[in-house]
Design a protein around this ligand. Sequence first.
Ligand SMILES: Nc1ncnc2c1ncn2[C@@H]1O[C@H](COP(=O)(O)OP(=O)(O)OP(=O)(O)O)[C@@H](O)[C@H]1O
Ligand SMILES: [Mg+2]
Length: 234
Amino acid sequence: MTLLEASGVVAGYGETQILHGVSMAVNQGEVVTIIGPNGCGKSTLLKTIIGLVRVRAGSVAFRGTDISSRPPEQIVRTGLCYVPQTANVFSSLTILENLEMGAFVRNSGQGERIGEMFQLFPDLARRTDQKAGSLSGGQRQMLAIARALMLDPVLLMLDEPSAGLSPAMTGLVLERIKDINETGVAVLLVEQNAREALQMSHRGYILVAGETRLEDTGPQLLNNPEVARLYLGG
Ligand SMILES: Nc1ncnc2c1ncn2[C@@H]1O[C@H](COP(=O)(O)OP(=O)(O)OP(=O)(O)O)[C@@H](O)[C@H]1O
Ligand SMILES: [Mg+2]
């Protein structure tokens, strides 16, 4: 079943058009990765899907409903959550407070869900009263993901969760994302560590200059010599 479907999405900032008709989809249970050069519009695509950037033409549908340019807080309530590339936790709040904030539109079961998050991320459980601003980069990314998971998303969008992390920590974060997917949450991932990300992806898209250049399964993209040469560092 198709969860998310972007069709011919055009979007940008002011006079500048960044996305020139992007079409892509995420099906139930999938991990889908978007790779592409710096500035090609990956973050803009996620922001447009979640309603932070207006859809100028084309459409975005989630679970069969057109959500084009609905406000983010409305979209989030329908089961589509988003972890931005930067500023994705409240630095001056503790881990526990961040998780409580993450549950702001949740009606019940908050305590139980926090318990589940601490099981998934034991490193966070050991320091619940520590301010998010004093965490390591890896811990902060885990917290940002946990915060988004507080709303029980059907689809989780992550913008470069491994940015600035060591290769070892990148591996750990991607492992957790795989675990999350195995609990039935679909994942739309934007990643610079393209090889590692595609290895755990059902499908992927290559975005170049605001257009989808190529779409294929994770393994096919990894085995494509041109993709390897241009986007996977040879
Ligand atoms: N708020 C903004 N106002 C104006 N232009 C912007 C804004 N945000 C991004 N841009 C421009 O839009 C283009 C696409 O940016 P975007 O952040 O979507 O790229 P990206 O693929 O996520 O890049 P990166 O790999 O560096 O994260 C870039 O040229 C960028 O300078
Ligand atoms: Mg980006």
